[in-house]
Design a protein around this ligand. Structure first.
Ligand code: GLP
Length: 256
């Protein structure tokens, strides 16, 4: 794992933006796995300002709430439209987000997996992390081999999300999410985490055992993972001095 610790979320985001921009310049038909939540908001703003060509880019979002239509203000369809897609020249036909209103969810999930494969697989999967270590919406106890499917959110995640829905009672219980096995097939995983609330989950993911109780810890088994953290999210990492030294002393050819 490459662990990049920056003083602020802004600085960590700038590095993530450079990684993504480089991919889009080197591979104009790149396949991106995209994430939602507050963490990637600034990254999307930066990418939108970078004058990149998105015409041949295909995207697959990690997840969506069951029961929310694409027009619902809190749906991830709406989130992506407002925060990224309407600001870049991506073609609607290349955008993929699970449909929270699908009548046949297992069929939709199977189709989603097929579409990812047909697109050639995901080149770069952007990830946030839940306070319980979830990636996508793969909650603790998710199978580390899981594929796209329906999941039930934990009380902790519903509490974390309550602010978007005017209270916990209204927060959805069910979601459709790419599985952990699906995420692990991406060629590069780029995980962003900011703020002290994420410090425990980050420490478990990087330095804890690989366990379904912290789904992000499975990334230890992935050959190419980059974490962009601010100081607060890195606070509980035992080896943080080492990670900082590694980043600051990279050979020239490895620099971002
Ligand atoms: C939701 C999303 C995740 C995201 C997480 C963290 O659960 N499904 O993809 O990583 O929230 O959200 P935030 O970035 O707002 O802390």
């Amino acid at each position: 794992m490459e662990i990049i610790i920056q003083p602020t979320a802004e600085a960590a985001t700038r590095i993530a933006a450079r990684v993504m921009a480089r991919l889009l310049r080197e591979k104009p038909n790149a396949v991106l796995g995209l994430a939602t939540g507050s963490t990637p908001l600034q990254l999307y703003r930066e990418l939108a300002q970078m004058n990149l060509d998105w015409r041949r880019v295909a995207t697959f979002n990690l997840d969506e709430y069951v029961g929310l239509s694409p027009q619902h203000p809190e749906s991830y369809h709406n989130f992506m439209r407002e925060n990224l897609f309407q600001h870049v020249n991506i073609l609607q036909k290349n955008v993929h987000i699970p449909d929270g209103m699908a009548a046949d969810i297992p069929a939709l999930c199977e189709r989603y997996e097929k579409e990812i494969r047909a697109a050639g697989g995901i080149d770069l999967q952007l990830l946030g992390i839940g306070t319980d270590g979830h990636i996508g919406f793969n909650e603790p106890s998710s199978s580390l081999a899981s594929r796209t499917r329906i999941k039930t959110l934990t009380p902790q995640t519903r509490r974390d999300n309550a602010r978007h829905f005017g209270g916990e009672a209204q927060a959805p219980h069910h979601v459709i999410t790419m599985g952990i096995g699906t995420i692990m097939e991406a060629r590069h995983c780029l995980l962003l985490a900011f703020g002290g609330k994420k410090a425990r989950a980050v420490a478990g993911a990087v330095e804890g055992p690989v366990t379904a109780m912290n789904p992000a810890s499975v990334l230890q088994l992935h050959p190419r993972v980059t974490l962009c953290l601010d100081n607060a999210a890195a606070a509980r990492l035992k080896m943080k001095q080492y990670y900082r030294w590694v980043f600051e002393n990279k050979p020239e050819w490895q620099k971002f």
